[in-house]
Design a binder for this molecule. Structure first.
Ligand SMILES: [Zn+2]
Length: 108
């Protein structure tokens, strides 16, 4: 069990690293950024690690594109008092809604 936990921790580190690589190379090579996302998702599935929501918001679940606000995604904050973020993938049109995590963390 302990080994399994370590394994998952390592997988999580790799996922986080892949996402930071993706955000670093997106402007120069969006295809490479998408590859990093693909790899991160594969690691997540293989090791049964859930990709944390802040990272999930960075890619489109449907087409796997690494999303950058203003470049290939549109981020809207719904002014309905519920504090939800609406992210639209401009490539395939998929709309995803997320709770405002960052805001919650700041309030704590
Ligand atoms: Zn998409």
């Amino acid at each position: 069990m302990r080994r399994d936990a370590q394994h998952k921790e390592l997988a999580m580190e790799r996922i986080e690293r892949l996402f930071s690589l993706a955000s670093g190379c997106f402007t120069e090579d969006p295809h490479l950024a998408n590859r990093y996302v693909e790899l991160a998702r594969k690691i997540g599935m293989k090791c049964q690690v859930r990709i944390p929501t802040p990272l999930k918001m960075r890619f489109c679940r449907r087409c796997g594109t690494f999303l950058t606000s203003g470049a290939n995604s549109r981020v809207r904050i719904r002014p309905d008092g519920k504090g939800r973020v609406v992210i639209t993938c401009l490539k395939c049109g998929t709309i995803k809604r997320y709770p405002m995590i960052r805001e919650k963390l700041q309030r704590r």
